[in-house]
Design a binder for this molecule. Structure first.
Ligand SMILES: C[S@@+](CC[C@H](N)C(=O)[O-])C[C@H]1O[C@@H](n2cnc3c(N)ncnc32)[C@H](O)[C@@H]1O
Length: 325
C-alpha cells in the first residue's frame, strides 16, 4: 500500500527556467530526454514533464520508498508512462545510460540531499525527533548503517568525519563520548552529543539549533558517501550532455556547492594555452561549456519561497550548458 507524501520542490520556477529550454530544443535527442538524478517524490519531475509534453525521463533514486511514492504521484498526474526507473545511486549514471543504450541527454537535474520523506519517517533513523535504530542509509539494501559504523569506528576517524563533514568545533570531545557510549539509536546519539558538547558551543547554538545537528549531518554524509557521489556525478554527467544540453544541480550546503561551483567554473574556462602563440583571439580554442547568464553566479530562493518552505533556505541552483562537442 502506498501513502501520498509531500515534498515541496525547491526553486520550482528557477528549475523550470533552467531545464525547459534544453528540453524544448531537444538538444539533439528525439524525444528529448531528461535525467532526474534524484527523483525523490517527483515534485520537480512532474513540473518538468508537464512543462515539456514531448519529453521523456530517466528517474534515478537510491531510495526504494521514494520510488514507490513517486510512481504513485506520477501515475496520478498521468505521467508515469513517460518515465524509466533506475534504482541506483547517481554515481552510476554512466553505466545505466550505457545499459539503456543512451549516449547523450538534453538535461540532467540533481536536487541533492535527503527528502522530507526520509526525515519525517522516524524509522529511517535520520533525525533525533523520533527514537529509532540509527540507520541513515538512503538505500537500505546496500552498505553499512550509521549504527554499524558507530559500533566499530575509532576516535580519530570519527573526529575527522565530524570536523570535515559536520564542521563541528567540538569534534574531538564528541567523538570521544560517542566511542565510549557507542549509541545505536537516534535519541541515544543525540543525548551523547548534547552531554559532550562544551558550554560555549551550546550557548552559540542557542535554543533553536539542536546540539546534535552537525553530528547527524556528518554521519549522514559519511554513511551515504554523499560528497563522493557528487564528485562522480560531476566527473561523468557533463560528458553525457548533448549540445545545448544542461546540467542543473541544487545543493544545500557549502561542502556540496563548492564542488559544483569549482567543476562548472573549470569546464567553462577556455583551455589553457602556452603564452606567446601567434593566434588571434578568434583562433583561440573555445570552452565546450558555459554558465548561462541568469545562472552564472548560482541562484538562491526568494524570501517568499523561504517563508513558505524553510527547507529551501540554503538551496543554491547552478547550471552548466554544453556549447559544442
Ligand atoms: C531533495 S530530494 C529530491 C526531491 C525531488 N527533487 C522532488 O521534487 O520531489 C533528494 C532525493 O535524492 C535521493 N538521492 C540523494 N542522493 C542520491 C544519490 N547519490 N543517488 C541517487 N539518489 C540520491 C534521495 O534518496 C532523495 O529521495
Amino acid at each position: 500500500m502506498t501513502t501520498r507524501a509531500e515534498h515541496v520542490p525547491v526553486l520550482p520556477r528557477e528549475v523550470c527556467r533552467a531545464v525547459l529550454p534544453a528540453l524544448a530544443i531537444g538538444a539533439g535527442a528525439v524525444p528529448p530526454l531528461l535525467v532526474d538524478a534524484t527523483c525523490g517524490l517527483a515534485g520537480h519531475l512532474c513540473l518538468l514533464l508537464e512543462g515539456a509534453p514531448q519529453a521523456r525521463a530517466i528517474a534515478f533514486d537510491r531510495d526504494e520508498d521514494a520510488r514507490v511514492l513517486a510512481k504513485a504521484r506520477l501515475a496520478d498526474a498521468g505521467l508515469a508512462d513517460r518515465v524509466t526507473w533506475v534504482h541506483a545511486p547517481f554515481s552510476e549514471l554512466a553505466q545505466h545510460l550505457d545499459r539503456l543504450g543512451i549516449t547523450e541527454v538534453a538535461a540532467i537535474l540533481a536536487d541533492l540531499g535527503i527528502s522530507s520523506l526520509q526525515i519525517d519517517r522516524g524509522e529511517r533513523g535520520f533525525s533525533w525527533r523520533a527514537d529509532a535504530p540509527l540507520d541513515m542509509r538512503m538505500d537500505r539494501t546496500r552498505g553499512a548503517s550509521a549504527a554499524e559504523i558507530v559500533a566499530t569506528i575509532d576516535e580519530g576517524t570519527l573526529t575527522r568525519i565530524l570536523r570535515d563533514l559536520g564542521e563541528e568545533p567540538d569534534a574531538r570531545r564528541i567523538a570521544q563520548a560517542i566511542v565510549a557510549a557507542r549509541p545505536s539509536t537516534t535519541l541515544a546519539l543525540a543525548d551523547v552529543v548534547a552531554n559532550a558538547m562544551s558550554a560555549p558551543q551550546r550557548r552559540k547554538l542557542g535554543l533553536r539549533i539542536h546540539p546534535a545537528t552537525r553530528t547527524f549531518q556528518a554521519l549522514r554524509l559519511h554513511v551515504n558517501d554523499e560528497l563522493g557521489e557528487i564528485d562522480r556525478l560531476l566527473a561523468d554527467a557533463p560528458d553525457r550532455l548533448a549540445v545545448g544540453g544542461r546540467l542543473c544541480i541544487i545543493s544545500f550546503h557549502s561542502l556540496e556547492d563548492r564542488r559544483v561551483k569549482q567543476r562548472f567554473a573549470g569546464l567553462s574556462r577556455p583551455p589553457a594555452m602556452p603564452a606567446g602563440l601567434p593566434l588571434r583571439s578568434d583562433e583561440l580554442p573555445r570552452p565546450k561549456f558555459a554558465l548561462p547568464g541568469e545562472f552564472a553566479k548560482g541562484v538562491a530562493p526568494s524570501d517568499d519561497e523561504v517563508a513558505d518552505n524553510p527547507r529551501a533556505r540554503s538551496a543554491r541552483l547552478r547550471v552548466l550548458e554544453r556549447l559544442e562537442r
